[in-house]
Design a binder for this molecule. Structure first.
Ligand code: MG
Length: 434
């Protein structure tokens, strides 16, 4: 079974993601990268898994720097100067999950090739225990958060807004509220106490999970609300009226502001980008922030991101940095109310849904869904699933990477046409799966 997904390894803590696995992974990563900086989000299983991973690195003679409780972008930026960085986190998954994601010194997530090389070495148990006097050196370092704050403050100036920040009791509690306060904002922080039980809300920053933030923004008459996922690589917002502004809308706002040489978005992002940015090349990738980062590098693009709420500003770092995105958004809202920014970025109607499939039939279904999709449109992009272009709209069919479901998305310039495309494609997929 493939261990790594596009976001590293993730699963149920102490069931799928065990100390034994992390120990072996530490041996593997230590052999390959030698000096590893390790951080974790506040999940209850974090100390157990971090200790196992660190032990593995040390046992093959690698060195470990413990960065403690940090957000994913804090750690990814902190990987500079080390062989690599590792963060023990399950991102936006509920508390019972955990995992690990690995980072290059330039802040870019490990590529598929790097992850495959690790898997290969892990499977072959290809490492050599160090002699006792050559087991690695363990240090701790407490200034990663401070350095993250400083880099964000260098990137964005002052703003005197009233802002409510919801950190989900995750790892951004020691970053975003402080950054925005330093900028001059009046900050009210919700769920900023780190707590691996996630008592405040589910760590996924969806509209349904952000009712407390919405109410707080309204009650305090704030200019805007900011929310992160559990580990802080994602950011979404709420406008002054309390309306949810999702990652797709923020992606459009940042793209309009930042993309000049090139924009990178995944296949599930809107066709509004091509319409909105005449003269700016729009490059599409597979779904996953690492694919966006790789394409930004390859094309020399100046911005990229995903509708899920990850944004990459390559002048600052190659990792999706939620607190940085929050600061940059505050910088924009200082000039123009968020609602106005949202209204100015074009958006087309999107219809989304999914249907379950029998996991055992996946290989057969992949082939037959592919055949069916190829027959539905002339122009089919197979970068990630099947993206069917119809001139006035598109539809995407993808097998989920995290659960046994096939996701169907359709977008067009009118609701009726988006619905029609969705219904046609959904029916075709259903015909194959049934
Ligand atoms: Mg995340």
């Amino acid at each position: 079974m493939k261990l790594f997904g596009s976001s590293g390894i993730r699963g149920l803590a102490n069931v799928d993601v065990t100390p034994e696995l992390l120990l072996d992974l530490g041996r593997t990563v230590g052999t390959e990268y030698r000096e590893v900086v390790v951080g974790r989000d506040p999940r209850i299983s974090g100390p157990m898994l971090a200790a196992a991973f660190q032990s593995g690195v040390l046992s093959v003679g690698g060195s470990v720097c413990d960065a403690g409780l940090v957000s994913t972008p804090t750690l990814a930026r902190g990987a500079s100067g080390y062989g690599c960085g590792a963060v023990i986190t399950a991102s936006h998954n509920p508390g019972e999950y955990n995992g690990i994601k690995l980072w290059n010194p330039d802040g870019m997530a490990f590529t598929e090739e790097q992850q495959a090389a690790i898997e290969e070495r892990l499977a072959a148990r290809d490492w050599t225990p160090a002699a006792w006097q050559e087991t690695g050196r363990a240090t701790t370092r407490g200034d990663h958060v401070e350095r993250h704050l400083e880099s964000i403050l260098r990137a964005e100036g002052s703003a005197e807004l009233r802002v409510v920040v919801d950190c989900a009791c995750g790892a951004t509690g020691n970053v975003t509220p402080y950054v925005l306060r330093e900028m001059g904002c009046r900050v009210t922080a919700l769920n900023a106490q780190m707590d691996g039980h996630f008592p405040g809300r589910d760590p996924e920053p969806t509209e349904e999970n952000l009712t407390a933030l919405t109410r707080a923004v309204q009650a305090l008459e704030a200019d805007l609300g900011i929310a992160h996922d559990g580990d802080g690589d994602r950011m979404v917002a709420v406008d002054a009226k309390g309306a949810f502004v999702g990652g797709d809308r923020l992606l459009a706002i940042f793209a309009r502001e930042r993309a000049r040489k090139g924009l990178v978005v995944p296949v599930d992002a809107s066709m509004a980008f091509e319409d909105m940015l005449p003269g700016v090349p729009v490059y599409r990738t597979r779904v996953g922030d690492v694919f966006v980062a790789q394409e930004i590098k390859r094309r020399g693009a100046d911005f990229g991101g995903e509708p899920s709420g990850t944004f990459i500003f390559p002048d600052e770092t190659m990792c999706p940095d939620g607190p940085l995105a929050a600061a940059l958004l505050v910088g924009l809202v200082k000039e123009t109310p968020l609602k106005q920014l949202v209204d100015a970025a074009p958006a087309y109607p999107v219809v989304r849904g999914s249907l379950p499939f029998e996991p055992a039939r996946k290989a057969t279904l992949l082939a037959s869904v592919g055949e069916t999709m190829a027959a539905l449109a002339h122009d089919v992009m197979t970068l990630d699933g099947w993206r069917l272009s119809f001139g006035d709209g598109w539809a995407l069919v993808r097998f989920s990477g995290t659960e046994p479901r096939i996701r169907v998305t359709a977008e067009a310039r009118t609701v009726a046409r988006a619905k029609e495309l969705y219904d046609n494609v959904y029916a075709a997929v259903k015909g194959v799966v049934a």
